[in-house]
Design a protein around this ligand. Structure first.
Ligand code: UT7
Length: 331
């Protein structure tokens, strides 16, 4: 019997209908399309509207589509991992809420908090359950309703983020395809530069925290940019070196979509041309844990069995890393 690897056997995304354009943001804060486009690459983002709809609403749509696509019944799912920083509730986990919504009666589940690197952490974690041989169907979701924690009076952050969800199915393979290797890192010293100040146990919600707008995300963009641009490229370079991959061997770089300039720097370091870089930042902005699986969903039709993909991300924590995947199917 060959070594068991965790193969991605399907991917499905969901983005809300409402499109928030740069032109509309120009009416809300002091900004302009030229600044946003040249500094970030973003043209528009999706926003989830509607009372009482949380991250699980988008995750549900993505996972139901995934089940249909992979001919899977909800009862067959063993495990659901939801990577998110915008869970429906502080507790219980969005994964549990989601399992109930879709009828995954036999699954256990949990949330994983690693911000923009969340999908990479969840994919690496989920694949371990498959590799043991004990679990057959693991659903890994990256989903965030960033509009719930975005201050639309702060022009330095409100132009960046959007809402979305996407999910992959992991199943065992003995053909040497799937998740091959991962490099995952974190450094908690990065906490002050990108975080939500209140709402946790250190600073519970109060009139004061609301008045001070401490329930929104806070980012010191230039500092985060500096760390992101080096660390994301370093992680991608490390995984390539470890697996003897050259730029020519790679079918696609699948980067976290925070800033086009960070993506370009990573591609340059890997020596892959821009035609091999998955990009959807222009239409969705930064959807945090959802960016990478949304890219896989958008580019799925172009992927072929055996394609080498390098996923890379950097985010709050700080957290960062890279995963090497051999794509498991022809679309
Ligand atoms: O996904 C998680 C990880 N996050 C990231 O990777 C994000 C990393 N950071 C970035 O992508 C960039 O730092 C930003 C896109 C957030 C900002 O770009 P920047 O080139 O670093 O700009 P900056 O913050 O240094 O600001 C430059 C200028 C400032 O004006 P002054 O002080 O030079 O007069 C800002 O006030 O641009 C101004 N500015 C804006 N102007 C128009 C900031 N936001 C805006 C805006 N519209 N929306």
């Amino acid at each position: 019997m060959g070594k068991i690897t965790a193969a991605i056997t399907g991917v499905q995304g969901y983005v809300p209908e409402y499109v928030l354009t740069n032109a509309e943001l120009e009416k809300i804060v002091e900004t302009n399309d030229e600044w946003i486009t040249s500094r970030t690459g973003i043209k528009e983002r999706r926003i989830l509207k509607g009372e009482g709809k949380g991250t699980s609403h988008m995750a549900e749509k993505a996972v139901l589509g995934l089940l249909e696509k992979t001919n899977t019944t909800p009862e067959e799912i063993d495990l659901i991992i939801v990577a998110t920083v915008t869970p429906d509730f502080v507790f219980p986990a969005t994964a549990n809420v989601l399992a109930d919504m879709i009828g995954a009666k036999n699954a256990f589940g949990y949330d994983l908090s690693a911000a923009c690197s969340g999908f990479l952490y969840a994919l690496a974690t989920g694949s371990q359950f498959i590799e043991t041989g004990k679990y057959k169907k693991v659903v890994v979701v990256g989903a965030d309703k960033m509009s719930a924690i975005t201050n639309f009076e702060d022009r330095t952050t409100c132009i960046l983020f959007g809402d979305g969800a996407a999910a992959v199915m992991l199943e065992p393979s003995e053909e040497g395809v799937g998740v091959i290797d991962s490099v995952l890192k974190s450094d908690g010293a990065g906490q002050p530069y990108l975080h939500q100040k209140a709402g946790g146990s250190r600073r519970p919600a109060s009139h004061e925290t609301i008045d001070n707008k401490e329930h929104y995300l806070h980012q010191e963009g230039a500092t985060v940019f500096k760390f992101a641009v080096t660390n994301m490229a370093d992680a991608a370079a490390e995984i390539m070196e470890r697996n003897n991959l050259k730029g020519d061997d790679i079918a696609y770089l699948v980067p976290h979509q925070a800033n086009k300039r960070i993506i370009d720097a990573t591609a340059r370091r890997m020596e892959v041309g821009e035609e091999k870089v998955m990009l959807n930042i222009q239409k969705y902005g930064n959807t945090t844990a959802a960016t990478i699986p949304l890219c896989l969903w958008d580019y799925e039709k172009k992927l072929k069995k055996g394609d080498n993909l390098v996923l890379a991300a950097f985010g709050a924590g700080f957290t960062w890393g890279s995963i090497y995947i051999k794509w498991a199917y022809d679309s």
